[in-house]
Design a protein around this ligand. Structure first.
Ligand SMILES: [Zn+2]
Length: 428
């Protein structure tokens, strides 16, 4: 990598900006620090000689070249620090070959690499037959209002990639739906409370008995009784991979069944998949369904919210028809995350893939993802790095870190991909 010292210095400056979403202020819709990160980034791009646009501090754009438009989008906002750090989160640390700091993996590191790669292209003087439109997002972690705003202010290129996912390259992303189920009140117990967010497997759930109950059932179902509450503890996992977790709601429902509550249907469908939806597969993967949140309803009943992901070419209709087979009060909530897929043998995907394979010496194929990335801002979008398969950057966790040599590798991949796209005379 050329200018690697300068790159590390810039990365340190960018990590030092605490760009967690803050209170909206005048001209700073996501707070002063997020605006600061955007201004800093666009200023650097201008110093590098690029034309930039600031979309009212919702997002920015860096432009280079002429020809068919190719989009790139990542983000400068980061998730809150949380607990458990052994290093200062907003300062770039280097230890045992790792670069450590909030945003080093998600997504400030990859944003800066993309900018440096575009600079190398520009400085090389190589012919560029594409117009790169590099969008700088500011609200990826908390609502995608940056992307929504961009769509009202400018056109979005048809093809684009997002350096905010995984290598090698994704050509499909599952659609993501919330499924709401309202259960009537239980006879002898309160409503269930459980889970923290919809996209993580429920790791803790509890219920309050209204009177006496059979305490021998606690042990049978691995439950405990604390402060008048029956508690179930499971193991969390990302909502797109529920099979890696252990849902805390199931032992609670089995306990309720043994205690004489009418929850057979809930167990059969929600936890034993009586629909058979997990068998509905295609080349892009399988449908996942995970009941992750439980909340009391005003009626005294329980609301269960489920994370449901479906691979294209399945659609929301596929899942609606299937779920309606269950005799439950069930609604699918569509929140504009349909399944997406582009031609995996097409020029765009293949150019990105070849850059990855050339630098790593591997022979990977394009992959399909369960998670949702910024790539879906483009009609034909790919998530492209920066996380390597089998590596854990501890994104959204304490001590977020990236191996420095992998960092350099990902830079070379982005650079090759950008140079190769620029060299394509014909339209993709
Ligand atoms: Zn991200």
């Amino acid at each position: 990598m050329k200018n690697s010292e300068e790159f590390i210095k810039n990365l340190g400056e960018l990590i030092a900006i605490e760009s967690v979403e803050g209170k909206a202020e005048k001209d700073a819709p996501f707070g002063a620090e997020v605006k600061h990160a955007l201004t800093w980034f666009l200023n650097l791009a201008e110093r590098f000689g690029f034309k930039t646009v600031n979309y009212d501090n919702y997002a920015g754009e860096i432009i280079y070249g002429n020809g068919q438009e190719i989009g790139i989008i990542g983000h400068l906002d980061v998730v809150p620090v949380g607990t458990g750090w052994n290093f200062p989160p907003f300062s770039l640390s280097e230890k045992n070959g790792y670069l450590i700091g909030r945003g080093v993996g998600d997504d400030k590191g990859a944003m800066l690499m993309t900018l440096y790669a575009l600079k190398e292209l520009k400085d090389s003087g190589a012919p560029c037959y594409k117009k790169f439109r590099f969008f700088v997002g500011c609200n990826e972690e908390s609502g995608w209002r940056d992307a929504a705003y961009l769509k009202t202010k400018t056109t979005i290129p048809e093809y684009g990639f997002s350096p905010d996912g995984n290598f090698p390259v994704s050509y499909a992303e599952k659609g993501f739906y919330y499924v709401n189920i309202n259960l009537p009140p239980f006879k002898n117990f309160s409503a269930i409370t459980g889970g923290t967010v919809i996209n993580a497997v429920c790791a803790r759930a509890e219920i309050t008995p209204k009177g006496d109950f059979d305490k021998s059932l606690l042990e049978k179902h691995g439950l405990s009784f604390e402060d008048g509450k029956i508690v179930s503890v499971g193991v969390s996992a990302h909502g797109s991979k529920p099979e890696l977790g252990k849902n805390a709601l199931l032992p609670l429902f089995e306990f309720l069944k043994d205690s004489g509550e009418k929850v057979d249907t809930v167990i059969d469908y929600l936890f034993r998949d009586k629909w058979g939806i997990s068998k509905m597969q295609n080349e892009q993967g399988y449908i996942t369904f995970s009941p992750n949140l439980a909340k009391p309803l005003l009626s005294g009943g329980t609301q269960i919210l489920c994370d449901c992901r479906i691979p294209a070419p399945f659609t929301v209709r596929t899942i609606n028809e299937k779920l309606s087979e269950a005799p439950l009060d069930i609604t699918v909530i569509d929140h504009d995350h349909p399944p997406v897929m582009i031609d995996k043998d097409g020029k765009f995907v293949q150019t990105l893939l070849k850059a990855y394979n050339a630098i790593t010496g591997k022979n990977e194929k394009p992959v399909s993802m369960g998670g949702s990335t910024f790539a879906r801002v483009f009609k034909k979008g790919c998530a492209f790095g920066p996380e390597f398969d089998g590596e854990n950057y501890h994104m959204h966790e304490a001590d977020e870190r990236v191996k420095k040599d992998l960092f350099i590798n990902s830079y070379e991949i982005y650079k090759k991909a950008i140079f190769d796209l620029a060299a394509l005379k014909e339209n993709i």
